[in-house]
Design a protein around this ligand. Structure first.
Ligand SMILES: [Zn+2]
Length: 643
């Protein structure tokens, strides 16, 4: 265990000397930054920053490797900057290699350097709300640890917009809805913590306190594009309060002074899930929590990002922590950082009622099937998807089942389910992964925001504390090696097996129908090997599957199926009819500006994944999702119960 207080040693002493006294002074007095979000509806953020300086060379930098993104940012977030000293513009020169770094020379007699920064906000803004991640506006002295740089933040938001953030207002208390032109000042923090403390603001804004009996305090801060969407259903509020209680019981520690779920409901501001130590930045569609069907696709979003406060923020793989935001991160252990978070996010969603037990099992079946049909397993290990995370994120999603994507998330979910059920099997259900996380994520007891790094060896040691086993081999076998089939041992040890049926589960139908990337499309992945959008455009083709063998490619469009104009129903009907070996599936396909006819050879009918109970085996999977606390029911449910 390494507590990261001594990382300054990584910076060459000579470099610090070369940068001169400007930085030494900057470390003592705080930088003052005021973010102006009043132009958020025009998708523009502004900031005024004052740096305490003294004469000499100065290097300022903005963040490149943003924690939680697992990759360098694209073009520097700071769009433009004008420096002034004593009211006069000061010239600067960009570093020739480090594109985020600015070199200046502070003139004699100057003690404050002013910077005016503009940032074009491409995401997380709408006409009615904005979420500020501070890296969009921050500049600070380069080449010194960001945890050692004090900074005092303020924000100015449009008149009448509410504010939610884990930052503490100067003088304590909660955040008032500011009058026009008012600036809200927050207590001095560090550059590291400010980057970790986003601000949500919106016209239709509600702050809901959660689970009042749990200490420290938890809040859900909601901003929506429409007023009715900011009024979350009582059932949803009860489930999120359950999540707070369940996480409290599971992790038995916390590493924040106060926790804020920041949530936007907007079709414009974008989907989002970014973890922070004392908050999380979450974005769903406008109707994302309007009813159960809309809720399901993102049901584990809040539980995933909340879990990151422990797994990822407090405990972080050593290679994923860098003392500045400029040194490249190493993704090797992302199957713990993200993979175990995926596991607990899903389990906590089920324990707190955000997902029903059936929905949990249906979605685990979808995960297992997806991975088992990932043809890229033939050439690439799970570990490599983690190591290569920074180049796998974003980019072209086509042929992703051959290329493999960020599989360390869902591979991790199956891996940690395997570990949980294995511990239960060895100990006769007396112990489980619940005990492991208390040890691994709770070291040092309750703390404020803090980063404590770990290595693979510590992970193994802590697993051995729960139950002795060859955990190093267990992990190496599943993560580092080429495994052509997915790890379904956890399902089997949990009392279930993965099967394929001719109808999708209720959950799969709901997810398919919900608005989203695949909304209204059709999934024939496990039959003919195609995923299509609502208009017949091919989202992806299963490598070496029937459609691939027929010559179809992502981006092409099905225009007709068996002499009928394309529709999802016509395609399903053709798949069913082709169970007769004499029949094949004929399609007319548009590729760029050409049209051709193709024939898909496939005769096994529709296939959709599901879990099936194996009678006579322990039901560990059901045990895993049982709540640890007494669930809170929504007010209207309570009323119904007493009548
Ligand atoms: Zn995550």
């Amino acid at each position: 265990m390494v507590v990261l207080k001594r990382c300054a040693a990584q910076f060459p002493a000579l470099l610090l000397i070369a940068l001169g006294v400007s930085i030494a002074r900057a470390q003592k007095a705080p930088i003052e930054i005021t973010a102006d979000l009043t132009d958020a509806p025009r998708k523009l953020f502004h900031a005024d920053i004052d740096f305490p300086v003294s004469a000499g060379p100065l290097a300022l930098i903005s963040p490149e490797w943003i924690p939680g993104h697992h990759m360098p940012g694209g073009p520097a977030a700071v769009t433009s900057v004008v420096f002034k000293a004593n009211g006069k513009p000061l010239e600067w020169r960009r570093d020739d290699v480090e594109m985020y770094e600015y070199h200046l020379t502070v003139p004699p007699g100057v003690t404050t350097l002013h910077a005016h920064v503009e940032s074009i906000a491409a995401r997380r803004v709408s006409q009615r709300l904005a979420a500020l991640e501070w890296e969009a506006l921050m500049l600070y002295p380069a080449h010194i640890p960001v945890k050692d740089i004090p900074i005092q933040p303020s924000v100015k938001v449009p008149a009448g917009w509410g504010i939610g953030t884990a930052l503490k207002p100067v003088g304590g208390g909660s955040y008032p809805v500011p009058a026009a032109g008012a600036v809200i000042r927050f207590e001095t923090t560090t550059v590291e913590q400010l980057e970790d403390s986003p601000v949500l603001t919106g016209l239709y804004f509600h702050e809901y306190p959660l689970a009042a009996t749990i200490s420290p305090k938890h809040f859900l801060d909601v901003a929506a594009d429409a007023p009715e969407d900011a009024n979350l259903r009582p059932a949803v509020l009860a489930e999120i309060a359950n999540l707070v209680r369940e996480a409290d019981a599971l992790y038995a520690s916390h590493h924040y002074n106060e926790y804020h779920f920041l949530l936007t409901l907007s079709d414009v501001a974008g989907g989002m899930g970014l973890e922070h130590g004392q908050s999380s930045d979450n974005g769903v569609g406008e109707k994302g929590y309007a009813d159960d069907a809309h809720q399901l696709p993102e049901a584990d979003l809040l539980s995933h990002e909340f879990t990151h406060s422990w797994n990822g923020k407090y405990r972080r793989p050593a290679g994923l922590y860098q003392p500045d935001f400029a040194t490249p991160m190493h993704g090797g252990l992302l199957w713990v950082y993200e993979g175990m978070t995926q596991y607990w996010g899903d389990v906590l969603a089920a324990r707190s009622g955000l997902k029903t037990p059936d929905q949990y099992k249906d979605t685990v079946a979808m995960v297992a099937a997806e991975l088992d049909y990932t043809r890229g397993r033939d050439w690439r290990s799970t570990e490599d998807t983690a190591v290569a995370a920074s180049v796998l994120r974003g980019g072209n999603p086509t042929w992703s089942n051959w290329k493999r994507g960020q599989d360390y998330y869902f591979e991790g979910e199956l891996l940690w389910l395997d570990a949980d059920t294995l511990i239960r099997k060895i100990t006769g259900n007396q112990k489980s992964l619940n005990e492991f996380v208390k040890i691994f994520l709770g070291k040092g007891g309750n703390t404020g925001p803090l980063i404590v790094t770990y290595t693979f060896d510590e992970l193994v040691q802590d697993l051995n504390q729960v139950v002795p086993y060859d955990w190093a081999k267990f992990l190496h076998d599943r993560v580092d090696r080429i495994n052509t089939r997915a790890d379904v041992a956890g399902l089997e040890q949990g009392g279930y097996k993965l099967v394929y049926r001719d109808k999708p589960t209720k959950s799969e139908k709901m997810i398919q129908a919900a608005e989203g990337p695949r909304g209204g499309g059709i999934d024939c992945w496990y039959s003919i090997g195609l995923r299509l959008g609502a208009d017949g455009t091919i989202a992806d083709v299963l490598w070496n599957g029937p459609a691939d063998k027929a010559g179809l490619a992502p981006g092409e469009k099905l225009m007709a199926v068996n002499d009928k104009v394309y529709s999802a129903d016509a395609l399903r009907e053709a798949i069913r009819e082709a169970k007769d070996p004499a029949k094949s599936i004929r399609v007319i396909v548009q590729a760029d500006s050409f049209v051709s006819t193709m024939q898909i050879e496939y005769h096994e009918g529709e296939r959709y994944p599901a879990l099936e109970r194996v009678e006579g085996t322990p039901t560990y999977l059901d045990d895993i999702i049982k709540p640890l606390t007494t669930p809170e029911k929504a007010p209207e449910q309570k009323k119904a119960d007493t009548e």
